[in-house]
Design a protein around this ligand. Structure first.
Ligand SMILES: Nc1nc2c(ncn2[C@@H]2O[C@H](COP(=O)(O)OP(=O)(O)OP(=O)(O)O)[C@@H](O)[C@H]2O)c(=O)[nH]1
Ligand SMILES: [Mg+2]
Length: 245
């Protein structure tokens, strides 16, 4: 049986993390969990380490000092997944915006031929619950904007709920991934797409967090707005250099 790992970056998720770990371990499929905690002042890591005594072979934690952003937390997790022989690695939030039951849909999409499966809010209409209308519109049009600029045929370009096959993570050069917030999610999809990997979008329902506090900031949003132009230009110049050699 191929091993699968759910990677969850956390920063101050004490209200959610225990429930989330138990929900994933209650699924009728065997997924291991790796938490990447950035020294959460609320003690999230202590909760994880206590739970680890119940699942010593299936629950893992990497701790960093101070909040260093989602992108680098995931890259650390991806490297760990590769070093520990996982065939599948998921990205998932701790705050129940992503329904743990949907992990199975993403997993099946990868087992049925996709190299990267994306949990998509916008594949069939707009499936977002409890977000204020302004945020829904911003996120939806951000996705349209990214689709137009990059040319990727993906509806939910900023989604952070995904399943990667190992080959995708082995191929992407992590040192070249520059962004940390929403733009990190776009950059990872864009890089996988440029390499010609098969991408499947699986419709999911996204629910706003009901516990804990948001880490979304204007800075992260601006990074995505300008970052996507930089991602596209960089890729353009890289292929230009190749063809003019
Ligand atoms: N390790 C680590 N995790 C982070 C960091 N920033 C956010 N996270 C985690 O990444 C996931 C997504 O962050 P959220 O705060 O839910 O961001 P969001 O979904 O854009 O915004 P809200 O749902 O409104 O809070 C959550 O599990 C966070 O705890 C960080 O700097 N380091
Ligand atoms: Mg969230």
């Amino acid at each position: 049986m191929d091993k699968a790992l759910v990677i969850i970056p956390t920063y101050n998720e004490k209200e959610n993390i225990e429930k989330m770990i138990i929900a994933i371990f209650s699924l009728p499929a065997l997924y291991d969990i790796l938490i990447v905690d950035d020294g959460s002042p609320d003690g999230t890591a202590t909760i994880v380490k206590r739970l680890k005594t119940s699942w010593p072979q299936r629950l893992f934690i990497l701790e960093r000092e101070g909040k260093q952003g989602l992108g680098t937390a995931y890259i650390l997790g991806f490297r760990w997944a590769l070093a520990n022989n996982y065939e599948y690695a998921f990205e998932m939030d701790a705050d129940f915006s992503h329904n743990p039951a949907d992990l199975i849909k993403l997993y099946n999409a990868c087992r049925n031929g996709a190299d990267l499966a994306i949990g998509s809010r916008y594949k069939s209409g707009v499936n977002v619950v409890n977000w204020p209308m302004g945020r829904v519109l911003m996120s939806y049009f951000a996705s349209v904007y990214v689709r137009i600029i990059t040319g990727m045929k993906i509806y939910d370009t900023t989604s952070g709920f995904k399943c990667y096959r190992r080959i995708v993570l082995e191929t992407i050069e992590f040192d070249k991934i520059k962004f940390k917030g929403y733009a990190f999610q776009i950059e990872m999809k864009f890089t996988a797409w440029k390499h010609g990997f098969r991408i499947a979008e699986v419709p999911i329902i996204f629910t706003d967090r009901s516990e804990g506090t948001s880490k979304m900031s204007g800075g992260i949003f601006n990074e995505a707005l300008w970052g996507v132009l930089r991602i596209k230009l960089r890729s353009f110049f890289r292929s230009y250099k190749k063809t003019s050699r």
